[in-house]
Design a protein around this ligand. Structure first.
Ligand SMILES: [Zn+2]
Length: 610
């Protein structure tokens, strides 16, 4: 028995004295067993965007203790320098005596003489970052992502946090966090749970519902053209569809937070909640509403993909540095891909709308020169330093859109290899079953999972599509599910002139905002930020170039006069061609039984009747 346990023990071969030291290190905690952190957030005068924080920590057994604010927040893989909104920091011990402190880097306040003392730190936070979904306070509400507001120490990160808010009368506070005993009070099991459970407090609309024994809440801040009764009805349907991918829920309660506002859009996933921001008038038309419910589906998929299982490199989170991974395409692109599973199966998106969105994606891939320059693995790793804009479109891929593409290719490959028995959904179910945090997964784990599901070796596939430039024949791909691409009935004759430029009317004039690599404009040498003033000697104002191009035919020459850094110049553009009509995805003329079955295994719905 001893021999067996000795073989299994990593500390078996070291001396008894060393073993004793190691055991002591594990047994003696840094704090008492019930150590916890009490956080008070005072928002009694919200009109100036300020919050006053006081955080009380139990005794530290260290002479000096560092307190940090994270330098990024979960769900946004970008350094945000969140500590730049902190002022008036101070620290006292349990008796109220001031403690000396100094700032040692941009995110770290080091407090001296903390040995065996309770420590209370206080500081002011300026919260006016609505669109970043980090912290925003005004006279109608506060949105608090704790990673932008609440400091932590490495020695308190595992402790329970009790959060108490002091807010104006009539404000209502909602969060995915457990509720505390008093109003506006929440409990987080540890700091990681706290930063992944934002708090929305203010004047808001609040709905509750339950599905499959789980409680849900919808809280909406802001006026807008939304129909909250319809939102509740559809969210009820949406959340049930997750069972088609994963077979259980990782939460008891889930909160959808919505900001119907101006000047902010986007959404972020959290542990058992999400924050969705939309323009206040972008809820009503079918197109806008589909955008809202698709975002809700995306964020809900994240409750498993990212929050329950996450690539190595992001487990555990390092709040002070970039968390590198070559698999962010799976965290984001596969989430975009799987959101359609929920929408289609719940009939929240029609097959027509699904095929329209797929056609739009394919058009995007066709006009994405960056697909020749970067792999999805590289894009994942480089996400932390992504520039965006013209350069990225021409030289990079996007973890969302190209991550969707690789997920799609993998799904079709698995469906085909398993004779329609399995799909990419099974990969995600295995990740949920076997790689739940605190475990993680890497590329080798994924290849092993796919090998197991298909009975084939996917190493080469992985190399070609994840670490290589995926060459896709879309017609061939779509044909597997009985579909094809079409630009209209007489597509060959329906071509129009194409320059490859995108413009916008800025205060300087008609400004180039994108030039597609290798397009006619690119060949001619036109550049981002050039201000176009004339075409063939005729002034152009207030009109997009595409309007003027309607007067030209493919291969015609265009004399473009423009300002570049206020210097006037001219270039000749030989116009190219582009299909006149939008790309459509339509059923093949002849669709076999097998193709229809393939479509059903892919989408969960019947093949569309033409
Ligand atoms: Zn996402």
């Amino acid at each position: 028995m001893f021999k067996v346990s000795c073989l299994l023990s990593p500390i078996c071969n070291i001396t008894i004295a060393m073993r004793a030291v190691i055991v002591m290190l594990f047994i003696i905690p840094f704090f008492t067993v019930n150590a916890k952190v009490s956080v008070n957030i005072n928002i009694e005068q919200p009109q100036h965007h300020y919050a006053q924080l006081t955080i009380v920590f139990d005794k530290f057994n260290r002479e000096k203790t560092s307190f940090h604010l994270p330098t990024w927040r979960t769900g946004r893989y970008e350094i945000l320098n969140l500590a730049n909104g902190i002022r008036d920091f101070s620290a006292v011990d349990g008796n109220g005596n001031s403690l000396k402190w100094k700032k040692i880097d941009k995110d770290t306040w080091q407090v001296q003489e903390t040995l065996n003392k309770k420590v209370k730190i206080s500081y002011q936070v300026y919260a006016n970052q609505l669109g970043k979904r980090t912290r925003h306070i005004d006279d109608s509400h506060a949105f608090i992502d704790a990673s932008a507001v609440v400091m932590y120490s490495d020695f308190s990160r595992d402790q329970q946090h009790l959060i108490s808010l002091s807010v104006p009368a009539k404000w209502q506070s909602v969060s995915g966090l457990d509720l505390g005993a008093a109003p506006h009070q929440f409990i987080a099991r540890n700091y990681d749970v706290l930063v992944d459970s934002p708090i929305e407090t203010g004047i808001n609309e609040h709905h509750k519902f339950s599905v499959d024994g789980r409680s849900y809440e919808l809280v909406i801040w802001g006026k807008g053209n939304y129909d909250s009764a319809k939102m509740v009805t559809d969210l009820k349907v949406l959340v049930q569809q997750s069972k088609h991918i994963w077979h259980s829920y990782p939460f008891e309660r889930y909160v959808f937070m919505v900001h119907a506002t101006s000047g902010a859009r986007g959404a972020t996933e959290h542990l058992n909640s999400t924050i969705i921001q939309r323009s206040r008038f972008k809820f009503s038309s079918r197109k806008d509403y589909l955008g809202f419910i698709s975002t809700a589906a995306h964020e809900f998929v994240h409750t498993w993909n990212v929050k329950q299982y996450r690539p190595k490199g992001l487990v555990p989170y390092d709040y002070q540095h970039e968390n590198y991974s070559t698999l962010l395409w799976l965290s984001e692109g596969s989430t975009s891909y799987l959101q359609n599973q929920l929408l289609l199966r719940g009939e929240l998106m029609s097959s027509k709308e699904f095929l329209e969105s797929l056609a739009k994606r394919i058009t995007g891939y066709i006009h994405k020169p960056g697909r020749q320059s970067q792999t999805v693995a590289e894009a994942s790793f480089e996400k932390w330093s992504e520039e965006g804009g013209d350069y990225d479109k021409n030289h990079s891929v996007n973890i969302y859109s190209e991550g969707f593409l690789v997920s799609w290719l993998l799904d079709f490959s698995i469906i085909e290899k398993t004779n329609l028995e399995k799909s990419y959904r099974d990969v995600h179910n295995v990740l949920y079953q076997n790689h739940k945090i605190p475990k993680s997964f890497d590329e080798a784990d994924l290849v092993a999972i796919i090998n197991e599901i298909t009975g084939e070796d996917y190493q080469d596939w992985w190399q070609d599509n994840v670490h290589g430039i995926a060459e896709v024949n879309f017609d061939k791909l779509l044909a597997k599910a009985g579909l094809t691409m079409s630009y209209g009935s007489k597509e060959k004759n329906k071509q129009k002139a194409w320059s490859g430029i995108k413009t916008k009317q800025s205060s300087h004039g008609l400004q180039i905002i994108a030039v597609e690599k290798n397009s006619p404009a690119w060949q001619a040498g036109l550049m981002l930020d050039d201000i176009i003033v004339a075409i063939n000697g005729l002034r152009i104002t207030g009109k997009d170039l595409s309007e003027r191009l309607k007067n030209f035919k493919p291969k015609e020459r265009l004399r473009v006069t423009y300002f570049r850094r206020d210097e006037l110049d001219t270039r000749m553009v030989v116009l190219g061609t582009t299909p006149k009509d939008k790309l459509k995805i339509v059923p093949l003329d002849q669709v076999s039984k097998n193709q229809k079955a393939f479509f059903k295994q892919w989408t969960g719905i019947d093949f569309p009747s033409s």
